[in-house]
Ligand binder design. Structure first.
Ligand code: HEC
Length: 131
């Protein structure tokens, strides 16, 4: 009885050893392939999700701009009554404040007209204006 148990133990240990060896050899032979197959799909998924979202947001911003800002800043945002909005260096927080609160005697406030998402879209659009 004891001998039988020992035998089973030996067989199990050998099987485990073989298993470990095979896996060890695979990971030594193909480290790049294993790493690639692990890291590539998530990156591709993120890219294909992020791009359309950004585009949609920028388009929404452009549309809002056309209806609310273009008559002062120009259809092309290059300036008319208001200044050109190309190459803005102000922070998102600063732009949000300007859009929400306006500029006394110069530009109306839009706080009650736009949602936070609207303002984010507008800023996303403004960030695409580079000369
Ligand atoms: C009634 C005309 C008018 C409208 C409408 C208007 N603006 Fe303005 N905006 C101005 C004027 C004039 C200035 C410059 C004020 C100053 O320099 O004191 C200005 C300044 C700005 C600035 C600051 C630019 C800088 O370089 O500091 C931003 C950003 C801006 N406007 C964005 C917008 C956006 C976005 C909209 C639409 C939601 C908008 N404006 C609508 C007239 C307008």
């Amino acid at each position: 009885m004891k001998a039988k148990l020992k035998e089973i133990g030996l067989v199990l240990a050998t099987a485990l050893g073989l298993f470990a060896m095979v896996f060890g050899v695979i990971s030594i032979l193909e480290p790049a392939t294993v790493a690639d197959s692990l890291s590539e799909p998530p990156i591709k998924v993120v890219a294909s999700v992020a791009t359309p979202t950004m585009e949609t947001q920028t388009k929404a911003g452009a549309s809002l701009f056309g209806r609310n800002c273009a008559h002062c800043h120009g259809d092309d945002a290059k300036g008319d009554e208001g200044p050109s909005l190309y190459d803005l260096t102000r922070s998102d927080a600063r732009l949000t404040k300007i859009i929400k609160e306006g500029i006394k005697g110069e530009m109306p406030k839009f706080a009650s007209k736009f949602s936070e998402v609207d303002i984010q879209s507008l800023i996303a659009f403004l960030r695409t204006l580079k000369s």
